[in-house]
Ligand binder design. Structure first.
Ligand code: URA
Length: 439
């Protein structure tokens, strides 16, 4: 069928079979489907939707548009597993979770992304480590996964190239927000990583891509169903993003927060809970634990025993970073020249947070990108961020401590932070941190 006939069929709500979808995706990959045809297809899907069979076919075809990683020949003594998050502000879960899972017997080739809009990216956080190779060649990646158990890396161009082209077209044609296309986009890359099991962290709230819980739940349900349909067992947790996760937002600052937790220091309870529960669900799903309760015990032990820290240190060294990063982060991670607390205008409690606004303040400081070609300033951002219900005051209890490159940037970030955080007289009730688990 010609590309325009495929677009016409979808436009008119007729079902597309697997071979037709595969042919269209091949055309996206080799360029024989034009940009306008791909855009029209995306818009037709946006309005007409896709059946489960169509979504599975699209996901598989996009996976097969590039290299699919293969781990079996390495004879690994455990399952190949990973987590994917829909993204948030201060979402540093991967930094702790990858070595935690490795310490529990999993093998984790964690293909992570850069920051997108107001959300930070795991890859940017790892690039704050001097010398760290985020794009190792295949031989090095396989060696690190086999010997250390985890490697947090960036996607190479040969992974799901159809998704890369289609995503760029969706980005400029108002078709990003299609459940079907988001599902296929995320899962094609995860399937291409050759996983045995996947846990999804689908976030909702003021700092999430899907702000409403119902929308996040629909996405989680779609991802779990399509993933299973494509042969990859998956579980999803719906987690709260109505405030910064943990105490920091900004690349090197988040790295420091996680290194302290791995070293056995006190962890922000919400950050730790999300991380350990994602681990628990995945360990149960992939069979390393008999159930999620046992999985949680394994995850807790991996941190308490220092086993996760040991995996983290070995991964950083194997990928070219400093051997003493855990012990001496300040020797290696950048710090900002301007550091100051930001106080609220009046005393009270943190009542509501425009978490997206805080993410945009980090971007404005240079900690994120406004264009894909922008360089990141790893040093900037916020730490000691007050959470919902925390007492704050104009003299002694700051909303956060800000880290900036220049005084004018600090002034602007201060203004943005103050307008993002509401101060009220009585502490609000927090909603559930983990709203639901879908299997
Ligand atoms: N992240 C992705 O990888 N793809 C989407 O479509 C949306 C978010």
């Amino acid at each position: 069928m010609l590309p325009q006939e495929i677009v016409r069929a979808k436009r008119d709500g007729r079902p597309l079979d697997d071979a037709t979808i595969a042919a269209f995706v091949r055309g996206i990959t080799d360029g024989s489907v034009s940009e306008s045809q791909a855009a029209a297809f995306a818009m037709a899907v946006f309005f007409r939707g896709m059946s489960l069979e169509e979504r599975v076919a699209l996901t598989r075809a996009m996976r097969d548009s590039g290299r699919v990683m293969e781990w079996r020949s390495l004879g690994l003594p455990g399952p190949v597993i990973d987590k994917h998050s829909t993204g948030g502000v201060g979402d540093k879960v991967s930094l702790i979770l990858a070595p935690m899972l490795a310490a529990c017997g999993g093998f984790v080739p964690m293909v992570s992304g850069r920051g997108l809009g107001h959300t930070g990216g795991t890859l940017d956080k790892f690039e704050s480590i001097p010398g760290y190779t985020a794009k190792p060649d295949t031989a090095l990646l396989r060696r690190v996964v086999k010997e250390v158990g985890c490697a947090v890396i960036g996607a190479t161009d040969d992974i799901a190239p159809a998704d890369r082209r289609l995503y760029a077209i969706r980005d400029v044609t108002a078709t990003v927000e299609s459940l079907d296309l988001i599902t296929a986009s995320i899962l094609s890359k995860k399937l291409a990583a050759g996983l045995d099991a996947l846990v999804m962290d689908v976030k909702f709230g003021s700092g999430a891509f899907m702000q409403r819980l119902e929308d996040a739940e629909a996405l989680a349900d779609s991802i779990v169903t399509v993933s299973k349909g494509a042969g990859l067992p998956a579980v999803a947790l719906l987690t709260d993003m109505n405030e910064v996760l943990g105490r920091s937002a900004g690349n090197a600052l988040e790295m420091r927060e996680c290194l302290a937790i791995l070293r056995g220091g006190p962890a922000d309870p919400r950050l730790y809970e999300v991380t350990a529960e994602l681990a628990a669900s995945l360990l149960a799903l992939c069979g390393l634990a008999p159930d999620a309760v046992a999985g949680r015990e394994m995850a807790d032990r991996a941190i308490a025993s220092g086993a996760a820290a040991e995996r983290f240190a070995r991964m950083v060294t194997a990928l070219g970073g400093p051997a003493d990063l855990l012990e001496r982060p300040d020797r290696h991670l950048e710090s900002a020249p301007v550091v100051r607390p930001v106080f609220p205008g009046r005393a009270g409690f943190v009542g509501a947070v425009d978490t997206r606004g805080i993410g945009m303040a980090v971007v404005a400081l240079g900690g994120g990108r406004t264009r894909t070609t922008d360089a990141i300033d790893f040093a900037v951002g916020f730490d000691d961020v007050a959470g919902l219900g925390d007492a704050v005051g104009p003299q002694d209890r700051p909303l956060a401590v800000l880290h900036a490159r220049t005084e004018p940037q600090a002034d602007e970030a201060e203004r943005r932070l103050r307008s993002a955080v509401g101060v009220v007289d009585t502490p609000p009730q927090r909603g559930p941190l983990i709203a639901k688990r879908l299997e």
